[in-house]
Design a protein around this ligand. Structure first.
Ligand SMILES: Cc1ncc(C[n+]2csc(CCOP(=O)(O)OP(=O)(O)O)c2C)c(N)n1
Ligand SMILES: [Mg+2]
Length: 361
């Protein structure tokens, strides 16, 4: 997979002589498809592991929405920041967390990217610029604004991509964060993964306006994209990251997508809030992987054996991740309270470096 990633980056300049689709070379297309297959197989492996009790707690799968992980995150720079909600396994992998470290975290093991303390909803790796994994709906939005502020304060030229679900735009934190981001012109791209539903409530039932209207009060430009089309998504974020890096200020993206599974592992795929037929029609016609696969095959840029080899590689990487997770130890119970509270000395100062002093005093 690392190879696939390099190929996208290496061929950023498009050679017009190379046959491709919409300016993407054959290698770039193969890399994007390989990435999305990895995400899909990872989620299927997680689903299987959850069913046999290897993974506990909550677990929300991104199946159906992978075009947004690949299309919005792969064009970013390594030092750009991503912050998101709890449906984040594939986004973490897209930003550079290995399938092994992600799966071990789902299993709650010490080799997980959060040391086994976060689980499915709290994948973290600051060195990869992946700032979590947040379980409180909308909780990551003010943090995203804070990351944008930190970038500005330090004089950097990174961007922060802050994902959220459609239900999160009705949280007060969304309004406060967009306002401050606009006032301070922060380099944050707010992205709504608009899959049409909260847990079981259609967005149309809890909103009297279209999603695009939500950022207008703050003068933040709104954009709607088709998140099932990974090529459109990739091009959009490639250009938008460049504009925001150049000082365009905060942006609001309504990325239309669809979740193929239930809200979490404990919810049915369909129910009173959406019909079986609705789900089936999206799985049939709106699968980001199938859409790209078919376009590549029609253009003569992908053969069946190539697809099978790609898929076998993705499956093997996820089997390996699960074996790795299984072999990793559980955290030592004696460390249960580590990282929960900051250590404070008698003067109320934080022990930041083990020597006391400094901190918040
Ligand atoms: C503050 C808060 N309220 C309620 C919940 C329970 N809850 C978990 S997910 C969810 C729905 C969120 O839907 P959306 O933001 O559209 O994201 P999606 O699950 O569709 O990715 C709710 C209400 C929560 N986690 N946090
Ligand atoms: Mg939603």
């Amino acid at each position: 997979m690392a190879q696939a990633t390099k190929e996208i980056e290496a061929s950023a300049a498009v050679d017009e002589d190379v046959a491709g689709i919409e300016g993407f070379t054959r290698d770039q297309l193969h890399a994007l498809l390989t990435e999305m297959l990895l995400y899909r197989r990872f989620e299927e492996k997680a689903e299987e592991a959850y069913a046999i009790g290897k993974i506990g707690g909550f677990c929300h799968l991104h199946i159906g929405q992978e075009g947004l992980a690949a299309g919005a995150i792969r064009p970013l720079r390594e030092d750009d920041l991503v912050i998101t909600a709890y449906r984040e396994h594939t986004q973490a992998i897209a930003k550079g967390i290995t399938p092994r470290a992600a799966m071990a975290e789902l299993y709650g093991r010490v080799d997980g990217c959060s040391g086994g303390r976060g689980g499915s909803m709290h994948l973290f790796d600051t060195t990869a610029g992946f700032m979590g994994g947040h379980g409180i709906v909308g909780g990551q939005i003010p943090l995203g604004a804070g990351l944008g502020w930190a970038i500005r304060y330090r004089g950097g030229d990174q961007v922060c991509v802050c994902f959220m679900g459609d239900a999160a735009v009705n949280q007060g934190a969304f309004l406060e964060s967009l306002n401050m981001s606009a006032v301070w012109q922060l380099p944050v791209i707010y992205v709504v993964e608009n899959n049409g539903y909260g847990m079981g409530t259609a967005f149309s039932r809890v909103s009297v306006t279209e999603m695009e209207a939500r950022s207008g009060a703050y003068g933040i430009p709104a954009h709607t994209i088709n998140g099932q089309d990974v090529l459109e998504t990739y091009r959009f974020f490639e250009a938008m990251a460049g504009r925001v890096r150049g000082g365009a200020g905060p942006q609001f993206v309504n990325a239309e997508t669809y979740r193929f599974r239930g809200h979490s592992m404990s919810d049915p795929v369909s129910g009173t809030y959406r019909s079986k037929e609705e789900v089936e029609s999206h799985v049939e016609g709106q699968d980001p992987i199938t859409i790209l696969r078919d376009r590549m095959m029609e253009a003569g840029l992908l053969t069946q054996p190539e697809l099978e080899a790609m898929d076998a590689e993705a499956r093997a990487a996820c089997e390996d991740a699960a074996d790795f997770a299984d072999a990793s130890p559980m955290p030592d119970p004696a460390t249960l309270y580590d990282h929960v509270y900051a250590e404070v000395n008698a003067h109320g100062r934080l022990f930041l470096d083990g020597r006391g002093g400094g901190g918040n005093g």
